[in-house]
Design a protein around this ligand. Structure first.
Ligand code: TXA
Ligand code: MG
Length: 327
């Protein structure tokens, strides 16, 4: 048994060495992994001690279940009891990709991973390095987003390093995340698809495959998906979501203001402006969202005024994140 792995210089926790990260995961250490959505904080799902480290590192309450990451559909049968028709359709279309499915779990999956629920959240991420990492392991990995509980998710290896420094043995560097929003989470109520979290796949795209979806209401949300707490994705700087940025700016005279805008770049009296897509492209805006929030949070501002996005496509998911960032 390789109990002790010699660690490289701890200042170099950011690495592209997949084999090294596999070794760490096999010895029940944590590794931060790149995905197309956001970076994850990963551990072997079959080792409770390793999984517990995830909760400790994030300061995450144990009642909030984790997403399990796989690389092949063959892995499903050992993890879940059955896969509804609609889930097969969605996985066939969107995996690997920013979609998480909630399915009835097999007993082999520990209560720590699912927070005692009878269901398991599963996803096949679409990132070449992480797929390579997973293919070389004989266990799936559990990975929540790599950020302290309630804070803005990480979309680069540097964001993860800024949060956790060398408390994580390795951060696998896969570059900036191409989607930039967490996965869309879908469960099933009979033959109806139920959206637990809006995310990197738009509601319209899901509905094109499985017909009309049901959105979980806030009330249902709380007990069923405790991670969807009102406060989430929050910068330390106060943030307000606005339908009219220039008007909202008037409420904050004599404040150092940062503006998070869709496509406009000039706002008189703003100290900093982050424009998410000059081309007015919601996919590009989603990709840039969290990095812009990280930068705004480091700019010593009194207030971040975020512009409300168009209520369509990924704009719906972006607004969801901004609403929670505001709480
Ligand atoms: O894109 C993503 O999904 C990223 C990357 C790393 O894969 N992961 C991620 O994980 O966002 P996390 O832990 O930050 O968010 C997972 C959400 C939580 O809100 C949790 O409550 C919910 O998934 N969840 C997990 N298992 C669940 C279950 N069995 N039923 C309902 N919700 C569940
Ligand atoms: Mg998260």
């Amino acid at each position: 048994m390789d109990a002790v792995i010699p660690l490289p210089d701890m200042r170099n926790t950011i690495t592209t060495d997949v084999a090294y990260c596999q070794k760490l995961l096999r010895s029940n250490a944590l590794v931060a992994i790149p995905t197309e959505t956001v970076y994850g904080l990963a551990a072997n799902i079959y080792n409770d001690e390793a999984v517990r480290k995830i909760f400790e590192m994030k300061g995450r309450p144990l009642f909030n279940p984790l997403i399990v990451h796989i690389h092949h559909l063959d892995q499903l049968s050992s993890l879940v009891k059955s896969v509804p028709e609609a889930a097969i359709k969605l996985a066939g279309r969107f995996w690997p990709g920013p979609l998480t499915l909630i399915l009835e779990k097999q007993n082999v999956v520990s209560d720590l991973v699912t927070a005692g629920k009878s269901t398991l959240a599963l996803r096949m991420p679409n990132h070449p390095l992480t797929l390579e990492l997973l293919r070389g392991l004989d266990f799936p990995i559990a990975a929540p987003s790599a950020n302290p509980f309630t804070r803005v998710s990480s979309t680069s290896a540097q964001h993860v390093a800024d949060y956790f420094g060398d408390r994580i043995p390795a951060i696998l560097d896969g570059g900036p995340c191409t989607v930039g929003l967490e996965s869309t989470i879908v469960g099933f109520d009979g033959s109806t698809a139920v959206v637990y979290r809006k995310g990197g796949i738009s509601l319209e795209a899901i509905e094109a495959y499985v017909g009309e979806v049901r959105l979980l209401t806030q009330n249902e949300n709380a007990p069923q998906a405790p991670g969807m707490l009102a406060k989430h994705y929050s910068p330390r700087t106060k943030l307000v979501l606005s339908d009219d940025v220039l008007k909202t700016m008037k409420d904050f005279v004599n404040h150092e203001i940062g503006v998070l805008a869709f496509y406009e770049s000039s706002f008189a009296n703003a100290k900093v402006v982050e424009t998410l897509s000059e081309e007015r492209d919601l996919v590009e805006a989603a990709q840039n969202l969290f990095a812009a929030l990280h930068r705004l949070d480091q700019a010593d501002l009194d207030i971040i005024i975020a512009q409300r996005f168009p209520n369509e496509g990924l704009g719906i998911s972006i607004n969801d994140r901004l609403e929670r960032a505001m709480e």
